[in-house]
Design a protein. Structure first.
Lengths: 324, 340
């Protein structure tokens, strides 16, 4: 079992899929000779050549559009956004063209759009985006957001093999901070299945991405107080594992939804609504949401720290729910 | 009849092919006239967009492709003639307009927004103008990666060539030297906005300088000239010579859609371009060259009429979609599109 970082896991998923299937190729800015701004594609051009690791102009519309066209022809492109923030430049192409191929035209469009997301790295307002909510209300995409190296590799492989466009949100805070021993054998993590990261009976924390570690920290503290916390790593935002969410709420009767994107209109609002609609009778306390502030991600470390969710914010919410 | 000067070089086309082009020109015009009738009967559900006066360039350009090699054409809303050449059935187009259950998009999308590049030889546009340029670049890129010899032909307009997607797609395709031809139509107006308010460039072909691709301008209402220039561009693209931006000068003789009375267009301009009608000019040349007679054109028209009548009957008989089907097929593994 080799130890791989979250970033290595992404790199090896791409390398293994490209070796396994000649239809898979990578297209994006600085992905080839330079190996990607974060080195996620390091070595791929040497192994697979410039025809399959394509450096492009600074053109997110063209990257996503060309990937879509190639996908319709039976290729399996991986389109990289240098930072996921720049997906907004190609938003129209992704939601209006790529995402609608199946529903409108019966066309398979097997492609992945991936890129580094999230804050905590002092990247400032244009290099810290958590984009999932802006795609949830535009049907047609699948959305995944791994928080572990194991899931980073398994979900990327599943995304590449999926016949629909998949938005793969990788958290750059985790790139080199997370290392895990991963299986040497080929595996995938199915899209749409949550991971019960920690079993508990008193309180559920529903979360994903880098926030799973914030949930862990809070759960550790609460465990010392004798509170048993269940942490659900959602992993797939769309389609999402509603069954796992409702089962957990039925067991713990209290739920905190924790995400890194801003609160208002965030993905957590949808999950809260779903729990309220389908598990209201199981709730012993109101649904709590912990999210970033409703402002752009500020740059300066004290500002960003105040902006982001953290252990203490989760603990305060948990204690309020437990005392309800 | 027309007295406008028209080229007579037939670019190696056989008499049979020259007549086939005439068939597609008449098929396009007659199909649209039928759609107008259906629109007035409220059988066309959405808007109706005419290509009157522009049929020549749509048909001629698409006729320069080789669909056996996998060539793909991407029409805009007024390039109905191009997909007929590529093999689209008139009945499918009428069903699309009538939102029928057995239309190619099963009632999910309108008009000529349909087709599959690998299966049909054409792919319809989406409404966001310019978006298809990067997509067609991607189709050309895939063709090259798959060791195919295909060429892609994309249509864009004077208005569409103002969009960012157009510029990004042209730039990317030119850098990659992809086998792609882009026909940019200057038809005078984008909805109500004249070309002079769309760009300060002297010609739309001038935009090719920014991309470092080939740029050519041709009389869009001269069928043989459009065919010749497109053919040259397609062959150059196929042999590795890269992208061509081919500007066709034409004119939209109707409003943006049937609801638009085009009051913003000077009457003299419309009259001037009516005299430049591509179909009349083309048939005049064919007669001058001794390729065809009025009787043959009348025969072609009868054949076209029979085909459009049959297509209309078929579309009329088709059912509307089952309402609950609206929930199906978001993801391809649903299997909805495999069911019939």
């Amino acid at each position: 079992m080799p130890e791989l970082s979250y970033l290595d896991a992404i790199n090896s998923a791409m390398a293994e899929e490209m070796a396994r299937d000649e239809r898979v190729f990578l297209i994006g800015e600085d992905v080839g000779v330079y190996g990607g701004a974060f080195k996620t594609s390091a070595g791929l051009i040497d192994r697979f050549g410039p025809e399959r690791v394509i450096d492009t102009p600074i053109s997110e519309i063209a990257i996503i559009g060309a990937a879509s066209g190639a996908a319709l022809m039976g290729m399996r492109p991986i389109a990289e956004m240098q930072f996921i923030d720049f997906i907004t430049c190609g938003y129209d192409m992704l939601v209006n063209f790529s995402a609608m191929n199946s529903y409108l035209f019966g066309r398979a469009c097997p492609m992945v759009v991936r890129g580094p997301a999230g804050g905590g790295t002092h990247g400032g307002p244009y290099h810290s985006l958590n984009p999932e909510a802006m795609f949830m209300n535009r049907p047609g995409l699948k959305i995944v957001a791994p928080g572990t190296a194991y899931d980073a590799k398994g979900l990327l492989k599943a995304a590449i093999r999926d016949d629909n466009p998949v938005l793969y949100i990788e958290h750059k805070y985790l790139y080199r901070r997370i290392k895990e021993n991963l299986p040497e054998d080929d595996y995938i993590v199915p899209i749409g299945k949550a991971n019960i990261r920690r079993k508990g009976k008193d309180l559920t924390i529903l979360t994903w991405g880098a926030m799973i570690y914030v949930a862990d920290e809070a759960a550790d503290v609460l465990a010392k107080d004798g509170v048993s916390v269940e942490v659900i790593d959602l992993r797939s935002i769309l389609p999402f594992d509603e069954e796992a969410i409702l089962e957990s709420v039925a067991k713990t009767n209290r739920v905190i939804i924790l995400h890194e994107a801003p609160l208002t209109g965030g993905a957590g609002a949808e999950f809260a609504a779903r729990i309220a609609e389908k598990a209201f009778d199981y709730l012993d306390a109101p649904i709590k949401r912990i999210a970033s502030l409703d402002v752009p991600t500020p740059y300066s470390p004290p500002l960003e720290a105040f902006y982001l969710p953290n252990k203490d914010k989760v603990l305060a919410a948990a204690r309020e729910l437990l005392a309800y | 009849m027309t007295d406008v000067l028209t080229t007579t070089n037939t670019h190696g086309l056989s008499n049979e092919q020259l007549l086939e082009i005439d068939y597609y020109l008449r098929l396009t015009r007659t199909l649209e006239e039928r759609l107008v009738a259906l629109f007035r009967q409220a059988k066309v559900i959405g808007g109706l967009y005419r290509s009157l006066g522009q049929e020549g360039e749509s048909v001629a350009a698409a006729y320069a492709l080789d669909y056996k090699q996998g060539d793909v054409v991407q029409p805009l809303i007024r390039n109905i003639g191009s997909i007929l050449v590529a093999g689209a059935k008139p009945s499918d187009i009428i069903k699309q307009y009538m939102a029928k259950a057995d239309s190619p998009t099963r009632g999910r999308e309108l008009n000529i927004h349909f087709g599959h590049p690998a299966r049909d030889g054409f792919i319809g546009q989406i409404s966001m103008l310019g978006d298809m340029i990067p997509v067609m670049a991607g189709i050309a890129l895939a063709g090259r990666m798959q060791k195919k010899t295909l060429v892609t032909l994309a249509f864009i307009g004077d208005g569409g060539s103002s969009t960012g997607a157009f510029w990004e797609g042209m730039n990317f395709a030119s850098v990659q030297k992809l086998p792609m031809v882009v026909i940019v139509e200057d038809n005078g107006y984008a909805y109500s906005t004249p070309t002079a308010k769309q760009t300060a460039a002297k010609t739309l072909a001038d935009k090719s300088y920014a991309f470092g691709c080939h740029g050519v301008t041709v009389d869009g209402n001269d069928v043989l000239a459009v065919y010749g220039e497109t053919k040259r561009s397609v062959e150059r693209a196929r042999s590795g010579g890269g992208v061509t931006l081919l500007e066709v000068k034409t004119f939209r003789l109707k409003g943006h859609a049937e609801h638009d009375n085009q009051a913003y267009v000077p009457k003299e301009l419309i009259e001037e371009w009516q005299r430049k009608d591509p179909l009349a000019r083309y048939e005049k040349v064919l007669m001058e060259l001794g390729v065809a007679t009025q009787d043959q054109f009348a025969e072609i028209q009868q054949r076209v009429r029979r085909e459009i009548d049959a297509a209309t009957d078929e579309a009329d008989r088709s059912p509307m979609p089952n309402p609950a089907d609206a929930a199906r097929g978001l993801y391809i593994e649903d299997g909805y599109w495999e069911e019939r």
